[in-house]
Design a binder for this molecule. Structure first.
Ligand SMILES: Cc1cc2nc3c(=O)[nH]c(=O)nc-3n(C[C@H](O)[C@H](O)[C@H](O)COP(=O)(O)OP(=O)(O)OC[C@H]3O[C@@H](n4cnc5c(N)ncnc54)[C@H](O)[C@@H]3O)c2cc1C
Length: 406
């Protein structure tokens, strides 16, 4: 049996940063990683460029995790995006922000991030044990981890096995089982940061068209469950873009979604319409719609959906046609037939119930010496670098707490 002071289960960003911090404090640490290499998800993050964090004040940062930002307060204040940038600069790999606020390594290569983390593990004497799958964990006074390569023992362990999406990277949800055996409640994990599919999808012809910062509302039955503003993208088979991905955590099959493409209420649209018709009654309806700066293909699609002939003069539209068109542009609801699955979701919604984790230390409130970090917890951030930052900050907080209690 190999004995350590701290064993990290899972070598993603949460686990690796935690181990490096612990190692730098002189804690005898090992990472048990079931794949042949650590950081497989980092390698594909940001399309291989690694969007590692985001610019902005911490206060603003905490609004990017749905209703769970408050839980991350201590972790992100104690290890902020700024701290992360200093860390990388100090180790010779500068991070640079893009115009949209997303931060990447200057080389735009995820592989450089992973390589640096390997070298720091070595520097701080962290044992990296790869091809080592943890199979079960038993807790008495300390923890015994039964793995594919033998038994390990430690008085402190970190579960940082990630979520359930992109299982080929190693995150298959095994950590939930360990946590459950140790008494923790698991909130049903489901993929998020996914595109959504619409019943009888009417936008196939609009593939490639995007809208910036439009109002998006989600309904469960008649009840509005979320409203936000964001960018959306029509693809040939589904709806995507940050406004969809970031809100997918609130959606499920059967919910309805509506968009306001022109930033007017239906009543304001009608007023506009009446005023325009009064002056330009002989113009075509599509000429009127052009005043909203809508893409040509989109106008065509809306007229088709409202059953309005393209050659129809605006003064010839019936009241019903006008109202149908107005609804399509401002409040029409579409039924969500499904969300993307584990092969496309970039994060996991659900996981270890945060109520049972101390947000000031990342230690379990139920089992002494058991810590959690990263996506295994019921934490998911918006696109833009928020997930990796949360993984790193929580991993470091766990290691800090262990170092403090030593
Ligand atoms: C395609 C894609 C692109 C993304 N792009 C970005 C981005 O640009 N920016 C961003 O912030 N976020 C991005 N994310 C999300 C981000 O990568 C994750 O949120 C983050 O990696 C989670 O870190 P983690 O350490 O918690 O878990 P993971 O990175 O999932 O690591 C978990 C590790 O645990 C190991 N493991 C699991 N079970 C066991 C076991 N039983 N025994 C031993 N080891 C085990 C796994 O093999 C894996 O190495 C992206 C995700 C995807 C899928």
């Amino acid at each position: 049996m190999k004995i350590y002071e701290y064993i990290v289960v899972g070598g993603g960003p949460a686990g690796i940063f935690s181990a490096i911090y612990a190692g730098s404090c002189g804690i005898k640490t090992a990472i048990l990683e079931k794949k042949n290499r650590m950081g497989k998800k980092i390698l594909i993050a940001g399309s291989g460029q690694c969007n590692i964090t985001h610019t902005g004040e911490v206060k603003e940062f905490l609004t990017k995790y749905g209703d769970h930002g408050k839980f991350l307060r201590t972790a992100i204040y104690k290890y902020s995006p700024e701290d992360l940038q200093i860390f990388f600069k100090d180790h010779g790999l500068e991070l640079v922000p893009r115009e949209d606020g997303k931060i990447f390594p200057i080389t735009k290569r995820s592989a450089d991030v992973v390589e640096l983390l390997y070298s720091l593990c070595k520097k701080y004497n962290v044992d990296i044990i790869e091809n080592c799958e943890v199979l079960s964990i038993i807790h008495k006074d300390d923890f015994t981890l039964n793995t594919s390569t033998g038994d390990f023992n430690s008085k402190n362990i970190l579960l940082s096995t990630g979520g359930i999406t992109f299982p080929q990277t190693g995150s298959e949800g095994q950590g939930y089982r360990f946590a459950k055996t140790l008494g923790h409640k698991i909130l049903e994990p489901k993929p998020c940061l996914t595109p959504i599919y619409i019943k009888d999808y009417p936008f196939t012809e609009l593939a490639g068209i995007s809208f910036k910062d439009i109002s998006i509302s989600v309904f469960d039955g008649d009840k509005k469950i979320n409203s936000s503003k964001g960018d959306i993208l029509f693809t040939h088979k589904n709806l995507s873009g940050p406004g969809i991905l970031d809100n997918s955590r609130y959606m499920k099959r059967g919910n309805k979604i509506s968009f306001n493409f022109i930033d007017l209420t239906l009543e304001q649209f009608k007023e506009d319409f009446i005023e325009y018709t009064h002056v330009h009654g002989r113009n075509l309806t599509k000429t009127f719609l052009n005043t909203y700066n809508l893409p040509e293909r989109f106008i065509k699609n809306m007229l088709f959906e409202a059953e309005i002939c393209e050659g129809l003069k605006i003064s010839s539209l019936s009241k019903k046609m006008r109202d149908d068109l107005g609804k399509l542009l401002t409040e029409y609801t579409y039924e969500i037939s499904k969300l993307g699955g584990i092969d496309v979701g970039m994060a996991t919604n659900g996981g270890i119930d945060l109520k049972e984790i101390n947000p000031k230390t990342m230690e379990s409130k139920l089992v002494k010496g058991l810590y959690f970090a990263g996506e295994i917890m019921d934490i998911d951030g918006d696109t833009g670098g928020y997930n990796i930052q949360a993984a790193i900050s929580t991993g470091i907080l766990a290691a800090r707490s262990i170092a403090k209690s030593k």
